[in-house]
Design a protein around this ligand. Structure first.
Ligand SMILES: Nc1ncnc2c1ncn2[C@@H]1O[C@H](COP(=O)(O)OP(=O)(O)OP(=O)(O)O)[C@@H](O)[C@H]1O
Ligand SMILES: [Mg+2]
Length: 323
């Protein structure tokens, strides 16, 4: 492909200028402001790049990017903080998730995530092919919501995983991974866990689900729907989810009900420990208030002893260059 540059290009100043622009809905995307070329799927503005030594670099043509930067949204206040906080909570629950953090710049904050579809080999960064579950299920890119009849939600993803031999991250049980993700998304108030937010990595170990990413507590934005992108058991609205819906989901994923109920209690306790250890402020505090309410719901559920097959030891994420 012909480009107007042949080496790396430092776009840190472009990013800082973008952050300093008046925050209205009409400003250009960060992506176009940086004159980036390789776009990435999804509805939010984002910039694939290399984050190195506090700078943001567009790689030389043909060289892989290692990070994805998501700037603040004019529509959803505190979105970078929200996503970073949710992924931090997921990590505190022992779930495999994209290594991510915040970069506080002078005029705004960026969400920065390391790409899990990269690996380093002999000092080189290599791409690992990824496809999201919309692609695996043969859906249109805009297909998101189970209630619109687009697809069969978590059971359909599980069925596809079984058919194609897709394992959980690190070769773990895919059903338990999907169950753990569903429990966490509900506890975190993330109503947008659609098929496009589950991806498959085609690495040397064979197909495996990518770590969790794009987890946002959508419930803190009152103008967003509370319908779940994928139902949990018989519940299609986040506010209507009950213990029996997780029992139903367990059946749909071929798991014992005890696995899901024990998992909900396990995550609840991990979340409470994390929130008590490091009290949140700002957007984090808003998300925390919501998570505490969900944890209180789980207090009323049966608390079975976890069975051996319900536990899932996840390997630490593979390494990509540090920012
Ligand atoms: N850490 C990561 N490593 C590799 N690929 C990623 C990572 N984070 C996101 N992606 C890829 O980028 C796509 C879009 O990212 P993401 O889902 O976070 O954005 P979004 O715009 O918020 O999406 P949505 O349309 O679901 O709102 C993902 O579907 C995935 O393919
Ligand atoms: Mg997404």
């Amino acid at each position: 492909m012909k480009t107007d540059y042949d080496g790396e290009r430092d776009v840190t100043n472009n990013i800082d200028q973008w952050l300093a622009m008046p925050d209205d809905a009409c400003r250009p995307s960060l992506f176009s402001t940086c004159r980036a070329r390789l776009s990435i799927a999804g509805t939010q503005d984002k910039l694939p790049c290399i984050a190195r030594g506090g700078r943001y670099i567009l790689p030389a043509p043909g060289t892989p990017t290692t990070h994805i930067v998501k700037p603040p949204s004019p529509f959803f206040p505190g979105l970078p903080e929200n996503e970073a906080f949710c992924l931090d909570l997921a990590s505190a629950c022992g779930l495999p998730c994209a290594e991510s953090g915040l970069d506080f710049r002078r005029d705004g904050v960026l969400f920065v995530t390391k790409r899990w579809d990269r690996r380093s080999r002999q000092d080189r960064i290599e791409r690992i092919h990824q496809e999201d579950m919309r692609q695996v299920l043969g859906l249109r890119p805009e297909s998101k919501y189970q209630e619109s009849g687009d697809y069969g939600g978590l059971p359909a993803i599980f069925e596809a995983a079984r058919r194609h031999g897709i394992k959980g991250p690190g070769g773990t049980d895919p059903a338990m991974f999907l169950a753990m993700a569903a429990v966490f998304s509900w506890l975190a108030g993330n109503c947008d866990a659609h098929a496009g937010n589950f991806a498959v990595l085609h690495g040397p170990e064979g197909p495996q689900f990518a770590p969790l990413y794009d987890i946002v507590c959508t419930r803190v934005y009152p103008n967003l729907a509370t319908e779940l992108a994928m139902t949990i058991g018989g519940a299609s609205d986040a506010q209507a989810v009950r213990e029996e819906d997780f029992v139903q989901l367990a059946g749909e994923l071929d798991l014992a009900p005890e696995c899901l109920l024990a998992e909900a209690h396990r995550q609840k306790e991990a979340l409470r420990r994390r929130l008590a250890a490091r009290p949140a402020s700002g957007m984090g505090a808003e998300v925390a208030r919501f998570v505490e309410e969900r944890c209180a719901d789980v207090d009323c559920w049966q608390d079975p002893r976890p069975r051996a097959e319900c536990t899932q030891p996840f390997a630490p994420p593979s390494s990509v260059p540090q920012r």
